[in-house]
Ligand binder design. Structure first.
Ligand SMILES: *[C@@H]1O[C@H](CO)[C@@H](O)[C@H](O)[C@H]1NC(C)=O
Ligand SMILES: *[C@@H]1O[C@H](CO)[C@@H](O)[C@H](O)[C@H]1NC(C)=O
Ligand SMILES: *[C@@H]1O[C@H](CO)[C@@H](O)[C@H](O)[C@H]1NC(C)=O
Ligand SMILES: *[C@@H]1O[C@H](CO)[C@@H](O)[C@H](O)[C@H]1NC(C)=O
Ligand SMILES: *[C@@H]1O[C@H](CO)[C@@H](O)[C@H](O)[C@H]1NC(C)=O
Ligand SMILES: *[C@@H]1O[C@H](CO)[C@@H](O)[C@H](O)[C@H]1NC(C)=O
Length: 366
């Protein structure tokens, strides 16, 4: 079985290479249907590779946004669950990953530009409004979609990383570290320093196996018992056991995606946050959109010590008085949607069904 999956993956990779010399991509096995992947040139001339399932009448479309260091494959358990229920799905490889363009200029990664790319995709699909579900850096983009394009979203789900307020990046990096040390006793974001440093991409590729094991470690106390920067810088020699909810086949697919695409482009997500690019960009957020006026779901991962999920981000969740927040806590590490797919899928489904969404006229295209 392992070899079957891997060899079909390799065949798909070879085919993809032949058809597109410029964009390496990892076509993925079930539950993704390879004929439903699309490529679209957004208005700023970058290619987005995404998975698109049309919605059945009366069902909304769900937009899933992954984080670092991943691809749309992070959402395989949600794709399997929701596509069988008639929900529309849009699951892009985010900028820098998978089959999507991988520019090396960090300036191209700021939220005002990436949110516009996402809106270009909605326009190309003739979809007026969607429910967005973000994880990790994908939650930042879900937040900025609420800030820049609230009229296009029915509701927002944030997994692990909560609503990232317009002023979140206004606090300089060093000050963030100082405050975290004071409040939490450790510096959650110290590893951003490593991620944003010169040569981090090559270092990671040179120690990819260890990097992956540390990133998906089964023992998340690593990240608080040691300085996160030290943990990451030492991953060339760290003995970490990866979590068991990712199968060897899945691990092979994730590693291959990183090998194919490299990690230099994805690290730009950290560079803009460690430096001042995101801070500058966020100054353009319309203040009146700082409050989210649509329903939100927050899935907190109680064993993710880096994003410090629940307490920190909930404090920042500015929700208008007419909006509702549904909060669920999980005994999970950072990779919530992969670690506890059944619970997460069930809770998201219950939340979405309970929203009583007004889809009037909007889905005439499907
Ligand atoms: C994949 O999608 C295509 C296009 O919608 C469809 O014809 C085909 O039956 C699907 N394959 C599977 C295995 O569901
Ligand atoms: C994408 O669109 C831009 C113009 O917006 C064009 O210059 C570029 O050639 C297009 N790229 C591809 C791959 O089609
Ligand atoms: C990473 O984990 C895999 C799977 O448990 C293991 O086979 C491999 O030796 C580990 N690599 C390192 C460098 O720890
Ligand atoms: C991690 O995996 C190792 C090896 O299977 C095991 O000995 C250890 O107890 C696990 N740790 C946690 C926190 O689950
Ligand atoms: C691991 O990385 C650290 C930090 O860059 C370096 O000091 C150390 O020599 C490296 N160890 C190995 C075994 O490569
Ligand atoms: C909440 O109020 C805002 C601003 O008045 C409005 O735009 C939005 O539609 C309202 N949302 C709901 C769910 O009633």
């Amino acid at each position: 079985m392992v070899f079957q999956v891997l060899s079909s993956l390799l065949l798909a990779l070879t085919a993809a290479r032949a058809s597109s010399a410029l964009l390496p991509r990892v076509d993925v096995p079930a539950p993704f249907n390879s004929s439903l992947f699309k490529d679209f040139n957004v208005s700023r001339g970058l290619n987005y590779h995404y998975y698109a399932v049309p919605a059945d009448t009366g069902k909304p479309t769900l937009l899933f946004l992954h984080g670092f260091p991943s691809t749309s494959y992070d959402w395989r358990h949600q794709v399997a669950f929701f596509q069988d229920k008639g929900y529309g799905l849009l699951v892009p490889d985010m900028l820098g990953y998978g089959g999507t363009s991988k520019p090396l200029d960090p300036q191209l990664y700021v939220s005002s530009l990436i949110t516009k790319d996402i809106i270009d995709i909605l326009d190309a699909e003739s979809i007026e409004q969607v429910v967005v579900i973000g994880h990790d850096w994908g939650s930042k983009i879900a937040s900025r979609l609420a800030n820049y394009f609230p009229e296009r979203f029915l509701a927002y789900a944030f997994l692990v990383v909560g609503y990232t307020t317009p002023d979140f990046f206004a606090t300089p990096f060093e000050e963030k570290l100082r405050l975290d040390k004071l409040v939490l006793g450790y510096q959650r974001f110290a590893y951003w320093d490593f991620m944003a440093s010169e040569g981090a991409d090559q270092f990671i590729l040179d120690h990819l196996d260890s990097f992956w094991n540390v990133t998906y470690t089964n023992d998340t106390t690593h990240s608080i018992t040691a300085d996160p920067l030290a943990v990451l810088a030492a991953f060339n020699s760290t003995e970490a056991t990866p979590a068991d909810y990712i199968t060897p086949e899945e691990r092979a697919i994730q590693l291959e995606a990183i090998r194919q695409g490299g990690i230099a482009a994805p690290l730009n997500w950290y560079k803009i946050a460690r430096g001042t690019l995101e801070m500058q960009d966020d100054k353009g957020i319309p203040q009146e959109n700082a409050l989210i006026c649509s329903p939100i779901f927050f899935g907190a991962a109680l064993r993710d010590y880096i994003t410090g999920s629940a307490p920190i981000f909930l404090a920042g969740a500015l929700v208008a008085s007419n909006s509702t927040a549904t909060i669920r806590e999980y005994n999970s590490d950072h990779w919530l949607q992969q670690a506890l797919p059944d619970q997460v899928n069930g809770d998201l489904l219950e939340w979405i069904e309970g929203l009583d969404l007004d889809l009037g006229g909007v889905y005439q295209y499907h």
